[in-house]
Design a protein around this ligand. Structure first.
Ligand SMILES: Nc1ncnc2c1ncn2[C@@H]1O[C@H](COP(=O)(O)OP(=O)(O)OP(=O)(O)O)[C@@H](O)[C@H]1O
Ligand SMILES: [Mg+2]
Length: 244
């Protein structure tokens, strides 16, 4: 198992957000996390790479509890690629340069090496022909694909996505869904938070439903999206579909 989360809790001051989350992610697996707004999905992802310090529990990544003192947090974060809703590209840098930057700075690659690696990853995202364009010249879907190429370029053990399609119109989100599907075929391990039923249905092996800081259900897409026995889960999907 690549990642095992055990009884993870997080409180901000006196407000408890995560109340004992368990999660397993195997190599090559893609798991989707869904749940109502404010239930703690982003907090959970950020706890796993310690952008937020959890209050208690275990996060066992490649066999080691990374919440233990002495953990190299920088090294941990390099192994976890993170793709956000807002693409967070540098506006003054071309697509190519956005991808090479971390390779040069964090991995100490030469210009030539970083260029070759970046072009490879942009190619995987069908973005090679746009390598010299600046973010302002790219569509939202193209920007998101550059952000994914940038994350992949670091050769992470796992990719986290936090609502990768929610800033995109349906057509652009389809482009992003299709590249995520491609990564799935390439056996990239992924954990994806989303509200987007199309994304979840297109990609997920397993869906975890988080509610009020606990895992309320976990199952296949059909099990979670179907007529679920839990009324809160049924309500969530009824509402999501009517809002879409
Ligand atoms: N740094 C913080 N300090 C205090 N409270 C926080 C902090 N970060 C998040 N919270 C609270 O934690 C709760 C969960 O937030 P989180 O962003 O994890 O939810 P979410 O499930 O990702 O929601 P959404 O679907 O809207 O993105 C919210 O009530 C939020 O206000
Ligand atoms: Mg969130």
């Amino acid at each position: 198992m690549l990642l095992q989360v055990r009884q993870l809790t997080k409180s901000f001051d006196d407000k408890t957000i995560l109340r004992g989350v368990d999660l397993d992610l195997a190599e090559g697996q893609l798991k989707v996390i869904m749940g109502p707004s404010g239930c703690g999905k982003s907090t959970l992802l950020r706890c796993l790479n310690r952008l937020i310090e959890p209050s208690s529990g275990q996060v066992i990544f490649r066999g080691k509890d990374v919440l233990q003192p002495g953990t190299d947090v920088r090294a941990l974060r390099q192994q976890i690629g993170f793709v956000f809703q807002q693409f967070a590209l540098y506006r003054h840098l071309s697509a190519l340069h956005n991808v090479t930057l971390a390779l040069r700075k964090l991995r100490g690659m030469s210009v030539r090496e970083a260029h070759a690696k970046a072009m490879h990853e942009l190619g995987r995202m069908n973005m090679a022909e746009h390598a010299d364009q600046y973010p302002a010249q790219l569509s939202g879907g193209q920007k998101q694909r550059v952000a994914i190429a940038r994350a992949l370029a670091m050769d992470p053990a796992v990719l986290f996505f936090d609502e990768p399609t929610s800033a995109l119109d349906p057509l652009m989100s389809r482009e992003v869904v299709s590249v995520i599907k491609q990564l799935q075929l390439d056996n990239v391990t992924m954990l994806c938070v989303t509200h987007d039923p199309f994304l979840a249905k297109s990609i997920a092996d397993r869906v975890m439903f988080l509610d009020e800081g606990v895992v309320r259900a976990e199952g296949t897409v059909a099990e979670i999206f179907g007529a679920h026995a839990d009324p809160r889960i049924r309500d969530f999907f009824a509402h999501e579909h009517s809002a879409a």
